[in-house]
Design a protein around this ligand. Sequence first.
Ligand code: IMP
Length: 183
Amino acid sequence: MTQADGAPTLSPYISEADIQARILELARQIDADYAHDEDIVLVGVLRGSFIFLADLARRMTVPHHVDFIAVSSYGSGTVSSGVVRLVMDLRTDITDKHVIIVEDIVDTGHTVQYLIRTLAARGPASVRTCALLRKLDRKVVDVPVDYLGFDIPDAWVVGYGLDYADRYRTLPYIGVLEWGAEE
Ligand code: IMP
């Protein structure tokens, strides 16, 4: 891809304060919705969601378990192959449990669709989804996002767990990466 040539520029897009405020709202919403449920499992989708999950889990007051799953649908670039592979499975038996899939970003929707299907087949009490970001313009498959942080336009975003070729994950804010026209 031409974008791999030339260094991209990074522009701040969602501030740390705005991210944290929104996460608190999401946690309150989840607390209210699951107030009477036991056996809640937050399933973090590695690797992009690990920071979001850590903050969300610490702001939730309903008791819950945390587990992780890893899938892959991208190479080192920014184009989805559409084929999702399970790279690392859960260690938790989710039978009869309330599962909340915690994803960094919903882009084409393939990953969340795959995860909902895979986890729903294991007999959980329920499966819902929580995503920090969603790119509406990029939707290829329609997937429910029950708890959403922000809708964003079609751009490559990094920071707060999100990467480009494994870089930028530890930025405390979300920024947009742009590649100049020169090739
Ligand atoms: P989907 O299967 O196309 O919805 O892609 C979801 C996955 O693609 C996310 O979990 C991210 O790992 C990755 N992804 C999509 N867009 C971005 C982005 O703008 N920045 C970083 N990762 C992204």
